[in-house]
Design a protein around this ligand. Structure first.
Ligand SMILES: Cc1cc2nc3c(=O)[nH]c(=O)nc-3n(C[C@H](O)[C@H](O)[C@H](O)COP(=O)(O)O)c2cc1C
Length: 423
């Protein structure tokens, strides 16, 4: 793919225009004037964060002072020791926020689930119903399955039902409808066992509280897809992938919210581990709010002032009772992010992913600015807007296929560092 007009064609007037001076007042740029009390608070926070960062800096300084030749051998050995690495990060505090948020998410999940709070109940029920659906599609299907969690699934379903003021309201909750249809099918097709029979009795005892399935719609249960080919060809898909680039220069007009919603409609069908979807996209199109948020990550320097719409992708660690799943907020949100960006691009709106750095002060500032709970972590940001036709995009050459793809390769990439996939 060759860019439409190479950057050599960029004239000085275009440079002036791109620098923002020709655009009038930048959108959402902070004025930088602070009241005496707020600057005092800021100074206090700065001092406190320097105190907190002291151990990290001290560790890095000690390591930097070791002669390079010793360090290489020593670090190689030490990096294989879980004890050393654990102590190092304990001392440096580099992952402290991640650990705090993970711990907090786990506690929130367990405590709130036990206390019947709906966010934890919903996450747990989603996972259980997902697992039951997987059991239902097994070939051959087992007579009895899901015994380990069916009681909890029914109990969560009941709690969710009870959280609604009427059966009518409950019937409007998509999670209840999905759970009801899958549980109906599950109890219909499974055999008998003491655990299962007890759960079945509890389920059918719900009686009138149980919202009846709508007459017309078909049940929301595993189904056979039609065997039609998607209407989008691989050529069209490839063209879209080439077309979508990280665009950083935008026209100064708002992005209609229905365009964002239509792109979100693509994003929300993205895969998600156990279908928990542990994230939300927080959109900001208010210039004042954008101005406060957009300067916090480091990667927006130079183009922050003209971003008309900003999404902050927030992961919720309360979705998980166990640490082993903590990375899923990043994976699930990133999969949705890609789908979202494609959804924007086909509507003529461009975007740029923006890195969220794991830096304590920045995490604290973002948490204060947009109000994040202890278990909530920014995954990334996405700027969006109608592309400014005068703006250039980096070519961003991609690795060739044979550098990123191998078939039936068994071995370590580290042992063949040069062009690893090419052999
Ligand atoms: C997780 C992630 C973080 C990124 N962070 C930034 C950023 O902070 N600032 C920026 O200008 N671009 C950022 N980008 C955009 C990349 O620079 C861009 O995707 C890459 O150079 C490839 O270009 P392309 O998106 O046009 O294919 C980020 C992209 C990703 C996926």
């Amino acid at each position: 793919m060759v860019p439409h007009s190479p950057i050599r064609a960029l004239t000085s007037s275009a440079v002036a225009e791109r620098s923002g001076s020709a655009r009038g007042a930048p959108v959402g740029q902070s004025t930088g004037t602070a009241s005496p009390s707020s600057s005092g608070k800021k100074r206090g926070r700065r001092i406190w964060s320097q105190i907190k960062a002291f151990p990290t800096r001290a560790v890095h300084r000690i390591i930097d002072s070791i002669p390079h030749s010793w360090r290489a051998a020593w670090v190689q050995r030490a990096s294989r020791s879980p004890l050393f690495v654990g102590l190092y990060y304990l001392w440096s505090g580099d992952f402290a926020r991640e650990q705090l948020a993970t711990f907090s998410g786990r506690q929130i999940h367990r405590q709130r689930h036990a206390a019947g709070h709906m966010d934890a109940v919903r996450y747990a029920l989603r996972r259980s119903i997902h697992r039951i659906e997987k059991g239902l599609i097994m070939r051959p299907r087992r007579e009895v399955f899901a015994e380990e969690y069916i009681r909890e699934a029914v109990a969560d379903y009941v709690r969710l039902l009870e959280s609604h003021s009427s059966a009518q309201n409950a019937a409007a909750d998509p999670l209840i409808c999905w759970a009801r249809d899958v549980l109906d099918l599950y109890f219909d097709v499974t055999g008998s066992s003491p655990i299962l029979d007890k759960a079945r009795r509890a389920y059918f005892a719900l009686g009138s509280a149980h919202p009846p399935p709508p007459q017309s719609a078909s049940p929301i249960v595993p189904y056979r897809r039609d065997d039609q080919h998607p209407t989008i060809s691989i050529d069209a898909m490839t063209a879209l992938a080439h077309r979508r680039r990280s665009v950083r220069w935008y026209e100064q007009r708002p992005v209609p919210r229905d365009i964002l919603d239509r792109a979100m409609e693509v994003a929300r069908w993205s895969p998600s581990a156990c279908n928990r979807q542990p994230f939300e996209f927080r959109f900001f199109d208010d210039p004042d709010l954008i101005a406060r948020i957009v300067q916090i990550p480091m990667g927006t320097k130079g183009f922050a002032q003209q971003i008309p719409c900003l999404a902050v992708l927030v992961g919720q660690l309360r979705a998980f009772p166990l640490e082993r799943d903590r990375h899923l907020i990043y994976i699930d949100a990133a999969l949705a992010a890609m789908a979202f960006e494609f959804g924007l691009e086909v509507q003529g709106v461009s975007s740029c992913s923006i890195n969220w750095p794991d830096i304590t002060e920045k995490e604290e500032l973002l948490a204060r600015t947009i109000g994040l709970a202890d278990d909530e972590r920014a995954v990334m940001l996405i700027s969006c807007g109608f592309p400014d036709p005068a703006g250039f995009v980096p070519y961003s050459e991609k690795k060739p296929l044979d550098e990123i793809r191998r078939f039936n390769f068994v071995g370590s990439a580290a042992s063949s560092p040069e062009s690893p996939c090419r052999q």
